[in-house]
Design a protein around this ligand. Structure first.
Ligand SMILES: O=C1NC(=O)[C@@H](c2ccccc2)S1
Ligand SMILES: [Zn+2]
Length: 262
């Protein structure tokens, strides 16, 4: 519509229902994960990430987040296992973060927010012909989510945070080759899983969520680099810093969150 959705006072998450009726749907994301209410499922398989042959293409600021895009023309970069019946192809990863460390993640755990959250977005190319078609199918997408927590500098992430100056403004893009995102994953792949949605418009209810229990640790300096990005384009007068680009937790509506671990 004439004014695009965003995270501001006028176009933020509490306004999205006006243009996107799914906002009040039965399987919306993110959610607050109440660990005592999760159900351990011993038949859940381990998550199996095969990213070694990945082809990263570019890093870009799309006005909502910063993302790294991958070549997804074959099954060389997939996630398998967990609750998934098919391999899902990595399309891109991106982040959500806060203006300060007390907020920023989309999912919360027992009401606790993290400073940020990494989303690795995958699609079911075994059943669907394109990402766009999969994005509106109930089993179309699988998003692997990793909480960001401040601590020691993250050496693999450092290559990305050092590249952010190239994409400060909306619609900017730069080459970003040979970046294997498995280096961003914690050692422990214990996860919670539930059926949910995109956390941005159009809010399609097409995502099998896999939220890792273990966070990715990064330094405060690396967190600050995310906050140097802008929602706005270089030509726009008002430069609004990209931060607090997260949707708050949505009603569980009777869903069960399963745990791969006791
Ligand atoms: O996990 C998610 N994070 C987002 O920004 C949403 C999204 C929307 C469209 C494409 C990829 C991801 S879904
Ligand atoms: Zn996301």
């Amino acid at each position: 519509g004439h004014h695009c959705w965003g995270y501001g006072e006028e176009n933020g998450p509490s306004d999205w229902y006006k243009d996107y009726s799914l906002a009040n749907g039965d399987r919306q994301s993110p959610i607050d994960i109440q660990s005592e209410q999760t159900v351990y499922n011993s038949s859940l398989k381990p998550i199996w990430v095969s990213y070694d042959a990945c082809t990263s293409l570019s890093i870009c600021n799309n006005g909502h987040s910063v993302m790294v895009e991958y070549e997804d023309c074959d099954d060389k970069t997939v996630i398998r296992g967990g609750p998934l019946e098919f391999p899902y192809r990595l399309k891109q990863f991106h982040f959500h973060w806060g203006g300060k460390d007390s907020r920023g993640s989309e999912h919360t755990v027992n009401g606790k927010s993290y400073p940020g959250e990494l989303h690795l977005v995958h699609w079911n190319a075994a059943k669907y012909k394109s990402f766009d078609e999969a994005a509106s199918a109930p089993d179309g997408l699988a998003v692997l989510g990793v909480f960001l927590e401040t601590g020691e500098k993250h050496s693999v992430l450092h290559r990305l945070t050092d590249a952010l100056y190239m994409v400060r403004f909306k619609e900017t893009k730069a080459q970003f080759k040979d970046f294997n995102p498995s280096g961003l994953l914690p050692d422990c792949l214990d996860y919670w899983t539930y059926r949910g949605s995109l956390t941005t418009p159009p809010l399609h209810e097409s995502v099998t969520w896999l939220m890792l229990k273990e966070p990715l640790y990064l330094s405060e300096k690396q967190m600050e680099k995310f906050r140097t990005l802008f929602f706005s384009g270089e030509e726009e007068g008002l430069r609004t810093r990209m931060m607090d680009n997260f949707r708050p937790p949505q009603p569980l509506k009777g869903r069960t969150v399963e745990a791969s671990f006791r």
